[in-house]
Design a protein around this ligand. Sequence first.
Ligand code: RB5
Length: 160
Amino acid sequence: MDIAIAADHAGYHLKELLKREMGKRGHHLEDLGTFSSQSTDYPDFARKAAEAVAAGRFPLGIVICGTGIGVSITANKVPGIRAALCNELYSAQLSREHNNANILAMGSRIVGPGLAFRIVEAFINTDFSGGRHAGRLEKIRQLEGRYAGERTREEPGSGC
Ligand code: RB5
């Protein structure tokens, strides 16, 4: 399976390990950066993976930062993205079965490499179970549509 992957500096080393290990298992992880451990801003990279998945270039994506929180918040701002922060196996499996998550977020400062591989495998090998869950996703989609096109609220003091 072709999967988009992106990380900030904190997630850089785990991203490199995952590319190598998942490659051995027949998966191609398309690297959207960052390309070194030099300090970066996680929104820049989470956005790349989220936009690539939302545009249909990849069925699934993986985003990594220190905790996984920043990249998951960012990815979920892109319409059509359902990013799930999963630092253990149960959430990874259920995020696919119940939520049809299309982005997996992980924290490189929380999970070790061995657990991270297992989380990725659980995520990509589990299918959405549909049924009652489909209607719930439709409610999320409708909520997203309700705010689509709304101007980004300007912060106080940001000028006009
Ligand atoms: C970077 O130090 C860290 O803040 C970032 O990787 C992430 O954990 C943010 O949510």
